[in-house]
Design a protein. Structure first.
Lengths: 289, 289
């Protein structure tokens, strides 16, 4: 999807919030805001928002002198989620439909995101995860695809959420390749972060080759693109990956919480609701499968 | 008050909304958005937001080729409010406390504003105007000041709202000077708009000398500043006038609906609540009177 008018104010909100999270003083945050203004004035708005976000976050990293501004936030998110691991693993195993339960938990893990919203209560989300309404819920289609698949490509999103992904990957019970960002951006998962979450114990972890907080295909590595083209089943976590892949013609199972109005309008679902499904399936207005 | 980090995204939201209201196509609105980015990159953030808004709205006017982009919107707002005039005049006269009722109606007229919020339902607001909770409500102090005053300076805000101001001015029953913007900006009242609302029948209408959607004192005319310094009682309508005058040391009765979080935090009142009072009185944290 292309950048929307409303993405411009959002980029500025993300800029000030990041500056504040980093403990920068007002003068330094204003410098970021003004530089963000210059970036907006030159932005290629045909790009999807996550691709355009790279310039914003690079500018913040450069000015804050911190290559990985969310390093500590990411670590805390992962540790926090890891503390819930055994309890959730038990809940999933005891559930009458462990696969559906694991999908729901993996979706609720997506509330951990410092990029768009700033407040979340992961424990509340977990309590309601098994009851929450999904606007799209292509579970049976997914189950059928999974049954036939010999391999799954799983595109990761944020740190902390990764621990919930690990639980779903355990239940999937097939060889999985887990894809991370090529470098630090917001609180998105990198190789190092994935290892901390224990994803290397259940999947082959590879970089997408792309630094954006999404999958900009033309910027990904040959290894990733090869897997992307040949994998019988792809799971894409989070809104950033959705924004960059939603117009692709191949079937992808998107699993995410709808965090902004632009995406809510795009999929015609309420803001804050959960999405699990493809953009090419019978429930979509896009290309029929 | 100074420009806040959150004013930057708001300037961009106002830009796209104005472009859309003007019926501009996507390409033209994107041009406005990018030019707004450049304006933000050079903005003097020590200025109050309404002073900084001038560059944004000048840029929109220049690019849209419309010197008064909200001309039709302003006219419709005024006509819509005029249609309610007699009914409201009757309600006020029949009320046990006509002055308090007129103040409440004048506040509710302040919901007519295309600058910050975009949706309003004036009839709903009128229904609840007499019951609505004011976070600040310095009515007795105002009554006492009015009793002593030989003249009132009344600083206007938006078109449509002006009709409600006229009702309050009728009840005030003292010589009133009504102040308008020096030129078209958003839906703010100009000399021509004030005449359409019939304000010239109840007050002396003058320009502030300043084009901002607020009162930037150093840009006002000598005539305005003289009145500002000598008037025993000043009523200031709307958030824009508040933002530019709230740090002044003289007593001013601000009457407005709190339309954004930045101002809500500034006055420590809930977003959407009503404000009637001074920043120098006993209920304020500012300089005691």
């Amino acid at each position: 999807m292309k950048t929307h008018f409303d993405c411009f104010p959002c980029f500025l909100k993300q800029t000030s919030r990041t500056g504040i999270i980093l403990g920068m003083d007002d003068k330094a945050v204003w410098k970021l805001m003004k530089m963000a203004g210059t970036i907006l004035s030159k932005m290629d708005v045909l790009n999807p928002p996550p691709r355009n976000a790279v310039a914003i976050y690079d500018m913040i990293a450069e000015n804050s002198g911190r290559q990985d501004p969310f390093q500590e936030v990411k670590k805390q998110s992962t540790l926090h989620a890891l503390a819930l691991f055994e309890e959730l693993e038990k809940k999933i195993k005891e559930h009458p439909d462990p696969l559906a339960a694991a999908v729901r938990y993996a979706a609720c893990g997506n509330v951990i995101d410092y990029g768009v919203g700033s407040t979340f209560d992961i424990l509340d989300e977990i309590e309601s995860a098994l009851e929450v309404e999904f606007h799209h819920w292509e579970m049976e289609r997914f189950r059928s695809r999974l049954h036939q698949a010999e391999h799954v490509l799983y595109i990761g999103d944020n740190c902390g959420e990764t621990v919930f992904d690990r639980l779903l990957i355990e239940i999937i019970g097939k060889p999985v390749t887990f894809v991370v960002r090529d470098g630090p951006i917001i609180n998105d998962v990198t190789l190092e972060d994935a290892q901390m979450a224990g994803l290397d114990k259940v999947a082959t972890v590879i970089s997408s080759g792309c630094r954006a907080p999404g999958i900009v295909l033309q910027e990904t590595s040959r290894q990733f693109r090869n897997l992307y083209e040949t994998s019988p089943l792809i799971i894409s976590k989070g809104q950033g990956n959705f924004e960059t892949l939603c117009d692709e013609k191949r079937e992808i199972f998107f699993l995410f919480k709808i965090k902004c109005k632009v995406v809510a309008e795009y999929v015609n679902a309420p803001l804050g609701s959960m999405f699990f499904g493809s953009m090419t399936g019978p429930n979509s207005n896009a290309i029929p499968n």
